[in-house]
Design a protein around this ligand. Structure first.
Ligand code: SF4
Ligand code: SF4
Length: 79
């Protein structure tokens, strides 16, 4: 299956990914992953971010955009 969409995520608008994660919950293609950008061995992370890590599988349904409370996601059609 050819992927026709690119998901753009805004770090500035998505400020509390760990407690929101609505995009991750609704995505039918499991595109999103949540992770800690600053890891330190033996220390619980203070910050988590969400990333459209598997955007190759995006089907362009728009479900993530519809639930995002911060308008932090955009779908960009590929040419
Ligand atoms: S548009 Fe649909 S398939 Fe693509 S990332 Fe958003 S919810 Fe997932
Ligand atoms: S739904 Fe929006 S605000 Fe919530 S984690 Fe996803 S991108 Fe961030």
């Amino acid at each position: 299956m050819k992927n026709h969409y690119k998901i753009k995520w805004s770090n500035e608008k998505c400020t509390d990914a760990f407690n929101c994660a609505k995009c991750l919950e609704v995505c039918p293609e499991a595109v999103f992953a949540i992770y800690a950008p600053n890891r330190e061995e033996g220390v619980a992370p203070e910050e988590y971010v969400i990333s459209p890590a598997m955007q190759y599988f995006c089907n362009g349904c728009g479900a993530c955009l519809a639930v995002c409370p911060n308008d932090a996601l955009k779908i960009i059609p590929k040419s």
